[in-house]
Design a protein around this ligand. Sequence first.
Ligand SMILES: *[C@@H]1O[C@H](CO)[C@@H](O)[C@H](O)[C@H]1NC(C)=O
Ligand SMILES: *[C@@H]1O[C@H](CO)[C@@H](O)[C@H](O)[C@H]1NC(C)=O
Ligand SMILES: *[C@@H]1O[C@H](CO)[C@@H](O)[C@H](O)[C@H]1NC(C)=O
Length: 432
Amino acid sequence: MQVVTLIILLFFCKASEFRKVRRNNRGNNDKSNNSKKTSSTVKRYAPGLPCEIYTYINEKYLDCQEKRQTTVLSDWPEDLIHILLARNRIRIIKNNTFSKFQNLKSLDLQQNEITKIEDQAFSGLKKLTTLLLQHNRIKTLSEEVFIQMPRLTYLRLYDNPWDCNCEMESLVIFLQIPGNRNFGNYAKCENPSELKGLKLKQISTQTLCQEEDGKPKPLEGFKATRPSVDSTVCHTYLYPIATLDCKRKELQQVPTDISPDIIRLDLSSNKIKRLQAKEFKDVPNLEILNLSNNGIEFIDPAAFSGLMNLHELDLSENKLCNFQYGVLEDLYFLKKLWLRDNPWKCDYHIHYLFYWLKHHYNVNYNGLECKEPEEYKGWSVGKYVRSYYEECPNEKFQVHVGMHEEEWEKIEGDKNQIQSGKTHGVLLTVLT
Ligand SMILES: *[C@@H]1O[C@H](CO)[C@@H](O)[C@H](O)[C@H]1NC(C)=O
Ligand SMILES: *[C@@H]1O[C@H](CO)[C@@H](O)[C@H](O)[C@H]1NC(C)=O
Ligand SMILES: *[C@@H]1O[C@H](CO)[C@@H](O)[C@H](O)[C@H]1NC(C)=O
């Protein structure tokens, strides 16, 4: 939390610095012959709210999200690396709209009202890697729009009312090139009705063009495809970190098509009951994972495997009774773990979770409180574990909560898999 707060603060400071600079520039503009052009552009085309410019890890951002913008403004600096224009009112993107932003790497135009993109709209964007056009009103586009961007690796087109006619042929072929793995996944035809719901990635180009003759081909084979769980219902944000927000989307499974760039994944308030093995194997960079309020009953011991960078894991408000051995073993860099409001059952099966946390001093956690059985209800799990060993004074190994790693291995000696993760000299603090 502190780190996040710090970063956010940093943004605000940077943003306000830039605002000062911009204001000063405006003040001086009267003397330059550019000024009239600039300010009239602002008046004529921009009833929107002011946007923020800031630098984050040496890259300049323009954050103009949800500002009622209807167009790209001519006074934006040329050295922008990321332009965030989500949730505005842009309708048309004309030729060369972005051509002065030659260093631009990402352009977020999602959730606008775009109906038309001219063929040269993105020309000049030689370094663009990410282009987000989902949640707009685009019906047709040609391949020409995209071939100007040689570095493009990530293109989102879903939730547009694609009109699957012959005009779309070049785009469909372009999306289906095997190398274009992250282009237009999950974009689906809206029209004609026979093709509604089919993915542009999977539709055959013969189908597209035959349709014009009025005899669409039968389409079995397409409809039989596996119902994969996709993330098109979710929102992708690049600001301040690459986030996939799938909060409250009625999901019953973790989406299978999450971009590997995602750093933060919010799956809270869905209906995911079980986490299967390698559920997150395609998002190795994930740092923050929110699975709060899902009703999770079961976590496969390998569910989090590969999440070597995970820092924060929120499992609060689920139906977890304990963790099976292994669940936490891959989470080398975990710093915060939210566990509250789960029906933790205080019997021998909770020991793995407790000792893992004890062993990893640097993990802050909260909410590990017995809910069952009745005799331990309301106890902290630590108190329960302590009492467990106190009640058995004749046990071969009498263990106290302050025990050492060697003792833990003695008790669990037959389970040779125990990993001796590094312990750091940081005191365990409980989050409130
Ligand atoms: C006016 O603009 C032109 C072209 O942008 C520039 O070359 C010229 O130096 C400017 N003149 C003044 C007085 O700023
Ligand atoms: C945009 O560029 C394309 C391709 O060069 C051209 O055919 C079209 O006429 C241009 N649009 C406008 C409005 O100038
Ligand atoms: C996870 O999501 C819940 C519900 O949206 C929210 O209250 C909670 O703060 C989130 N946890 C983290 C770590 O951001």
